[in-house]
Design a binder for this molecule. Sequence first.
Ligand code: DHE
Length: 511
Amino acid sequence: MRRAWLWMGLALAASGHAAAPAALYQQHCQSCHGEQRLGGMAPALLPQSLERSKPAELLATVRDGRPATQMQGFADWLSADEIQALVGWLRTPAATPPRWSEAEMAASHRQFVPLAQLPDAPGHGADPANLFVVVEAGDHHVSVLDGERFTVLARFASHYALHGGPKFSPDGRFVYFASRDGWVSQYDLYSLQKVAEIRVGLNTRNVAASADGRWLLAGNTLPENLVLLDARTLQPVKTLPVRTQQGQLSRVSAVYDAAPRQSFIVALKDAPELWEISYNPAAEPIYDGYVHDYAMGEGLAKPGFLNPRRTPLDAVLDDFFFDPDYRHVIGASRDGRAQVVNLDIRRQVAALQLDGMPHLGAGITFKRDGRILLATPNLKTGQVSVIDTGNWQEVTRIATPGPGFFLRSHERTPYAWVDAMMSAQRDTLTLIDKRTLQVAHTLRPRPGKTTAHVEFTRDGRYALVSVMETPGELLVIDAATLREVAALPMMKPIGKYNVHNKITRSEGTSH
Ligand code: DHE
């Protein structure tokens, strides 16, 4: 079959006629990537899925293939012009917008192991609360690591391009992953096996897990909706279109669990609204003044359980963070405006200008002189912004070698660790002393290599650091002596997540 296409391709090239890219796609790509570009045995090729790939990278992939995958190069089949045209076409939205119906979602559900067959206790002999899961983007795998011995207990293939932090069940037994292509997967950390998966959308932002262990909420950008899943089975329970009261659809920026409130908080990417979705079965009905005044005009009462309560904002939020008691959200828009929203009275209570494009989702809190400070890296400026959550004033800006992505610490370590991965100094890690708010150390463990994203062991003794290269490494650094104690080869490790730190909501890590 492939040989026939080869001859056809060569004949077309010889005749000097470049075939239309849509036809080339149907000839060469659709059997793996799906007729509608929605993905199949290979990832989706929609413009939304390709946003993160540079045109030159995409071109090289089509021409040369991807090592260690079934994606072969097409240089022998397609001319350079055809490859160029095909890559351009892949970035063009389809004439008929792709759909992902509830029926398609339900049909995508796969149960790999019946829940009744899962063991009652871990079988791996490691401390189940000190495991790490490490997302390796180089070859789309996940490693499960013993956080005491620093050995890999299991390694398995994930869906293409996992993004965002995996989420854990409250007992730390299950971990949930979301891929940019819309797949949500459930993995059992007791028996080290995949349990179930479902495709909730065509393009997914992230997923949150409820603190009561019952629900997962996935936020999608395509289609523009939220999908509620049963956390035990991954069966879909409810789809909520993300629509403003005037009917405008919006993509989701991010969804997080607000455990003490028993609710999910959702930021919308295209509309200035913040949603709170309660999973408390006794939630008050929503007598929503905002709904009444702003849109429906009839004092509409809605059930409060698993339905959105809206807070109107001045600007769209791209990224946000909670204060420690989850009464406030601080969120930023791309223009640097940060808003503080009180979730109880449901309005903005403070505003700040944070010009370096803060990456609030990667921020941390810590106590200093009786105050609770929030620190966030900035994606455009080499500085960490420190904000007092008591009065929402900026306390200081700490200069770092370059713009960074992730900031991490632990209750039992004096330093907050930040990278500079968005800059030429991407091989540095800066350690900020949380007591003095000064830079205490700069590390360069692998000169010339992108080094970022730190997570501590449950006792805060060791920092695990990613050397984000293919091949790369996971470094284990003693958090007191700053000496390297182990280096594990990995394929572009990105994020790593410690079970204990996540399920106890450690102040130094993401939630
Ligand atoms: Fe992320 C988390 C948004 C690009 C790696 N990133 C998140 C979260 C959001 C977000 C909202 C929180 C979700 C959660 O944890 O549930 N990320 C964005 C963007 O808007 C941005 C800038 C552009 C985009 O296209 O999405 C972006 N992110 C990246 C990357 O390029 C990174 C470095 C590599 C990659 O995998 O794509 C990247 N993002 C991460 C990681 C986390 C993350 C590792 C989880 C951090 C954690 O420790 O919890």
